[in-house]
Design a protein around this ligand. Structure first.
Ligand code: 5RP
Length: 231
């Protein structure tokens, strides 16, 4: 473990593992913080065989298998006791920007299947208003993506196609991502609804009203616990 961010993630991940009870069926998102949770599960709960999980990315699934977590499908009937996922920004009301790792669509599906959603991240990712430091990823269908981008520019100051190795990035579900600046003021819930209603948009990385609790790790090993509604 090297930098402040690694130590902060480690603290948050350890706190998250303590929230996971034997016998739970959980959802696991994607990103470095979640992967650390899975690694710790493998190390500390290996062989228990008591955990089942829906995974939001191939990397998480692979780590989960190594950790001895039994995979479950979201088949229309499965309810998850708890979803655990990272975030790119966290505001004081536990609204999030997600999608830095391009997995936001499956992540939102996993979170939506869970009774509770626990965020695990570095305290550094706290912001007063979403969009201060991170752009909002919006997942769009590939067909006519430039037209979708033009429509989004009526709502958002900028929208850039995400690339990987010089080519347009293609998500797990076969779409492109547009990374969009958020306006510095205005109603984010209304904006989220308008983005979602834009033709060509599949999903966006605003997770508003979904997280119940955030474990925000600090480099000194402490963890700030934030609950929705301040309870
Ligand atoms: C992936 C995500 C991740 O949860 C988010 O990008 C945070 O990742 P990390 O823990 O690596 O900083 O939304 O789509």
């Amino acid at each position: 473990m090297h930098g402040d961010a690694d130590r902060a993630r480690e603290a948050a991940a350890r706190a998250a593992v303590e929230r996971i009870e034997d016998g739970m069926t959980i959802g696991l998102g994607s990103g470095r913080a979640v992967w650390r949770v899975v690694e710790l599960l493998g190390r500390e709960r290996a062989g228990d065989g008591l955990l089942r999980a829906a995974f939001a990315s191939e990397r998480t699934a692979s780590l989960g298998r190594d950790a001895g977590v039994e995979p479950v499908e979201l088949d229309g009937d499965t309810r998850l006791d708890l979803a655990i996922d990272g975030a790119d920004e966290v505001d004081p009301y536990l609204a999030l920007i997600k999608g830095g790792g391009a997995a936001l669509l499956r992540e939102k599906l996993v979170v939506s299947a869970a009774d509770r959603f626990l965020v695990v991240a570095e305290a550094e990712k706290r912001v007063d208003r979403l969009g201060e430091r991170f752009r909002l990823p919006v997942e769009v269908v590939r067909f006519a993506w430039r037209d979708t981008r033009r429509r989004l520019l009526d709502l958002l100051p900028s929208a850039e196609l995400r690339t990987a190795d010089g080519s347009p990035l293609v998500t797990d579900e076969g779409h492109h991502l547009l990374d969009c600046a958020l306006p510095g003021e205005g109603d984010l819930t209304g904006l989220a609804d308008a983005i979602k209603a834009t033709v060509g948009v599949v999903e966006h990385g605003l997770f508003i009203g979904l997280a119940d609790e955030a474990l925000l790790g600090r480099p000194d090993g402490g963890v700030d616990v934030v609950r929705r509604g301040g309870a």
